[in-house]
Design a protein around this ligand. Structure first.
Ligand SMILES: [Zn+2]
Length: 585
């Protein structure tokens, strides 16, 4: 359904209209954050982060703009967490830096992971965290939230049934229907059907796999293949998966026990998760199973498993360093088996293929890819999405968690399952859905956008800076420095410095510099009006003229920086502002 977008800021709170506002997670995979508003109460479902695209140079994390929440912080009564994945909890520390949240309810594993994050950031005093059990009900403002067990790729995942003054909402969280879950925790389908009998106003359902037909196989299907590999691998086995995939890590540890191998875990996030999951009882293994990395050289090769992060080809991960022969303790030897037990998140395909190539080159046998049987998704495919809609029988439907096309497809699927077309809402982040018992309408928008974070410096990065970095990476930098006298005659320079410039065919660097120098002289001589310009204006002027020159004559688009010094009778002065005048396009 095409919706005409209204300007942000026209959202009226404090009324008896139920408002559903996605702050992140729509039109994208990641940073799932949803606000539900009624009267003077706001509750949040999850607060996640996303990872940057390859072209967001120097950006570590992407967060949604939370100014709507900060402005309305007195109304925020609490947050319900569905599960412990970073795209559902990773944004919480950043929100708590800006404001308090009275209470956060969530599954024990997610709360365990959050406790570590808040401690690290010194943020424990900004909220109270409460662990919930399956079917437990909690009050958040005027909302009653019931946590019901669902199945997903991380243990201890919940869907939510939320009673509001207008009607019942169901938020699936991330889910698949796994009828043989490895931890034996079955999807609480009975609670869904019970809610359906009472009447479900709105279903918000996970759209991640809506382009895939059929059913997602059970996590248990991976066990068979892992078993086969472990039973025949001649030397060491190196397994990589998402650090948060508790079920998968659990299965690898089980296989190691079965085939009498010791396991060394590499990567802080995976070690942290295994520790918390074991402490909370989501996996059990004997003390002697895990060994430090420096001990593995003492064991025969066929007694070793290395479990590592790096399934996305992340440059600093242990697996990438092993593949590139840059790891201090682990060198690949002929006959090692590497299992890539994950699929690439869109955007990471190239880095993971580079890692796989490098591993093959060093003699490893690499088992990877969709058909290798070593990975299954944690998200529902189309038949499961239909099942969810059938079980909940909602009046209104809002697809969540997915890129725009996935939301459209998922909405069409709901209509096939009998939801009225005018009751399906394909929304974008910041849109406001208003609901009463009979009617829903997308009305208004909050201020939205993204915040880019350099995590090493815990610093927000301006989008213009990312653009500058991209421009620098693509086209290089030309710096022009010149000193003028009072009459605007050149007395030193122009000095030209080049970084990362590709020269036109057949032109030497000296010729290129010569051409730029004569162009700068030309710009000064043919423009008598420059006498009236300040140094800052003059450097801008030269910069603009050089942009045109590079584009037309040199077929290049470098970032141009111009520094003008003027020497007057009172001595030399440098235009500080001119020195900073880096063009930003
Ligand atoms: Zn998830």
């Amino acid at each position: 359904m095409a919706v005409e977008k209204t300007e942000p800021g026209k959202v009226e709170l404090g009324t008896n209209v139920l408002k559903i506002i996605p702050i992140g997670g729509l039109g994208e995979i990641g940073k799932n954050t949803l606000a539900i508003c009624y009267g003077d109460d706001i509750m949040l479902v999850d607060a996640g982060l996303a990872f940057p695209n390859e072209d967001m140079i120097g950006v570590d994390l992407v967060l949604p703009d939370i100014s709507f929440l900060v402005e309305n912080q007195d109304r925020v009564k609490g947050l319900a967490v569905t599960h412990g994945h970073e795209d559902h909890i990773g944004g919480i520390p950043f929100i708590l830096k800006e404001m308090s949240i009275p209470v956060i309810y969530g599954p024990a594993l997610a709360i365990g992971l959050l406790e570590g994050k808040l401690k690290e950031g010194g943020l424990e005093s900004k909220t109270v965290m409460r662990k919930v059990r399956p079917r437990q009900k909690v009050k958040i403002g005027c909302f009653t939230v019931q946590f019901i067990r669902c199945t997903h790729s991380i243990a201890d995942s919940f869907s939510l049934i939320i009673d509001t003054p207008v009607g019942k909402l169901i938020h699936t969280g991330d889910f698949k229907f796994d009828f043989t879950p490895v931890d034996g925790e079955l999807f609480d389908i009975a609670s869904l059907t019970k809610a359906a009998e009472e009447g479900v106003l709105l279903l918000m359902s996970d759209s991640t796999n809506t382009e895939r037909d059929g059913f997602t196989p059970s996590e248990k299907t991976v066990w068979k293949r892992i078993n086969e590999i472990f039973s025949s691998a001649p030397k060491r086995i190196i397994v990589t998966t998402f650090a948060s995939n508790v079920h998968r890590i659990r299965q690898v540890l089980q296989a190691a026990m079965k085939y009498d191998r010791k396991v060394s875990i590499l990567g802080r996030s995976m070690l942290n998760l295994a520790g918390i999951a074991r402490e909370l009882g989501y996996m059990t293994f004997p003390d002697g199973l895990l060994i430090p990395i420096d001990q593995i050289s003492k064991l025969p090769h066929n007694k070793v498993v290395i479990l590592t992060t790096g399934s996305q080809g992340e440059p600093l991960s242990a697996l990438t360093r092993i593949a590139n022969d840059e790891h201090k303790q682990i060198k690949i030897i002929q006959g090692d088996t590497v299992i890539i037990s994950a699929t690439p998140i869109p955007g990471n395909e190239r880095s993971i293929s580079n890692t796989i190539n490098a591993l093959f080159m060093r003699g490893a046998d690499v088992i990877y890819g969709r058909d290798a049987g070593v990975h299954v998704s944690g998200h529902a495919c189309r038949e499961e999405q239909k099942l969810m809609i059938n079980l909940c029988k909602p009046k209104f439907f809002m697809p969540v968690h997915g890129e725009y096309r996935m939301l459209v497809l998922h909405s069409a699927l709901a209509q096939e399952c009998g939801v009225e077309p005018q009751n399906c809402f394909v929304m974008e982040n910041s849109d406001v859905l208003e609901l009463n018992k009979d009617k829903g309408v997308i009305n208004g928008r909050i201020k939205g956008g993204i915040i880019l974070v350099d995590s090493s410096r815990a610093y927000h990065i301006n989008e213009e800076i990312v653009d500058e970095r991209r421009h620098l990476a693509d086209d290089g930098l030309v710096t022009v420095a010149l000193t003028l006298d009072d009459d605007r005659q050149i007395i030193v320079g122009p000095d030209i410095s080049l970084k990362g410039i590709i020269f036109p065919r057949g032109m030497s660097p000296e010729e290129f510099v010569g051409k730029v120098q004569s162009e700068v002289r030309n710009i000064l001589y043919v423009n008598p009006t420059i006498d009236a310009l300040s140094e800052e204006e003059l450097s801008h002027f030269i910069q603009g003229a050089l942009d045109g020159f590079f584009a037309e004559k040199m077929r290049a688009r470098p970032l141009v920086q111009v520094i003008v010094h003027q020497v007057s009778s009172t001595g030399a002065k440098t235009s500080q502002k001119a020195a900073k005048s880096i063009e930003t396009k």
